[in-house]
Design a protein around this ligand. Structure first.
Ligand code: ATP
Ligand code: MG
Length: 364
């Protein structure tokens, strides 16, 4: 389908991007809420005379060490003599993703080898900075977008690379106001971790891209090829998750009744939960936190935590057992909002599956 609505979110983000870069922007929200689709749409709608976005979807890259970052950010241009030629060459596409042209930072072969072999992140950062200064002096505002930020988990460089990278981003935003840096992820445990290791207090801005509210979900429903007059029924299963409406439409167009399709989707979620609980019967379940500390997870506590959501839509993070909650967040059962300090099921479908499991007896 065509890109749906999100006008208010796009307008809001545009207003932020039109200002001087001041803070690293974290775009977060539950899984499959449409963060990537929104960012790609936003970048495509920006004035090309004023902005130069560098969009990296980290799912497409293997990132663990310094060289990986150099390979990620830079693109060797044959015949590229140095920064001064960059404006002529910057528009050469290197990768395309979801219709957006991703461009990398152009560099000559010689400079690339020097930077890659130096193994000093400062060298790469200085080069990028100089390039950005150059763009800004020509009236172009660079925007560095790192989508699926959680793929940086596991980055090691004397344990410091992640820290250094984010401090470079602080320098690009808060200190020099050269470039916008936008980090996108649904993994809020990782955001919290990065925030801690790179000491980002007062240096970040959070933008939540949530599932649709009921009015917008109704509008989406009416835009899709789905039977008339059934929105309320479907909302009861899918809430505002765009991705789930698209999945339903696909089944419907393939000839399946929506009642059957919805029950199957719900069944899938229930099976995912049952599988999770079943593991406890044959192995020790452990949760490893971002800082490496390990916790043993107990079935009863998992059930207790899930039970809370039978009656409630959301809960306060501090009211739950630390490790159990984080385990369920990690497993994408629960969504953690680091700004509001609340947790809730990742989707209406998951919420419904939790209720239908009948944790008080019956099924399990
Ligand atoms: N506004 C929209 N209009 C049309 N399709 C959309 C919209 N938002 C999301 N989608 C579709 O829904 C699906 C999920 O969206 P997307 O991948 O952008 O979610 P996400 O929040 O980035 O997910 P993740 O948490 O895995 O990163 C995609 O197939 C996408 O094309
Ligand atoms: Mg995404």
């Amino acid at each position: 389908m065509e890109f749906f609505d999100r006008d208010s979110e796009i307008a809001y983000m545009k207003r932020i991007l039109e200002q001087y870069p001041r803070r690293i922007i974290f775009v977060y929200g539950p899984i499959n809420s449409g963060k990537t689709a929104l960012i790609v749409e936003l970048l495509n709608r920006l004035d090309k005379e004023k902005f130069l976005p560098f969009y990296f979807n980290l799912r497409e890259f293997q990132l663990s060490k310094y060289e990986d970052f150099v390979d990620l950010f830079f693109m060797v241009k044959n015949g590229f003599k140095g920064l001064l030629e960059s404006l002529k060459l910057h528009s050469t596409p290197s990768v395309t993703f979801a219709g957006i042209v991703t461009i990398k930072i152009p560099i000559s072969k010689e400079d690339f080898s020097l930077i890659r072999s130096s193994n000093r992140p400062e060298d790469a950062f200085s080069y990028i900075k100089a390039y950005f200064v150059h763009l800004v002096s020509h009236g172009l505002r660079p925007i560095l977008v790192l989508d699926e930020l959680q793929m940086m988990r596991g980055v090691k460089y004397n344990g410091l690379l992640l820290d250094q990278l984010f401090n470079f981003f602080v320098s690009l935003t808060k200190e020099t106001h050269l470039a916008h840096v936008v980090a996108v992820t649904s993994d809020c445990l990782f955001i919290e971790h990065v925030y801690g290791v790179a000491r980002l207090e007062g240096r970040v801005e959070y933008i939540k891209i949530d599932d649709l509210d009921k009015d917008r979900a109704r509008e989406l429903y009416e835009n899709l090829e789905l039977p008339k007059g059934r929105f309320e029924f479907v909302w009861g299963y899918l809430g505002g998750k765009i991705n789930d409406y698209l999945a339903l439409e696909m089944e419907y167009r393939a000839g399946m009744e929506i009642d059957v399709a919805l029950e199957r989707m719900l069944r899938d979620e229930m099976n995912r939960l049952l599988y999770l609980l079943m593991q406890f019967s044959y192995k020790e379940v452990r949760y490893v936190d971002e800082d490496g500390s390990e916790y043993r997870i107990e079935e009863e506590r998992v059930k207790e935590t899930l039970k809370f959501f039978v009656e409630k839509e959301e809960g306060d993070v501090i009211d739950f057992d630390f490790a159990t909650l984080r385990y369920l967040i990690k497993e994408n059962i629960l969504f953690f909002d680091p700004v509001e300090g609340i947790v809730r099921p990742q989707s209406r479908l998951v919420h419904r599956a939790i209720k239908d499991l009948k944790l008080d007896g019956g099924q399990i």
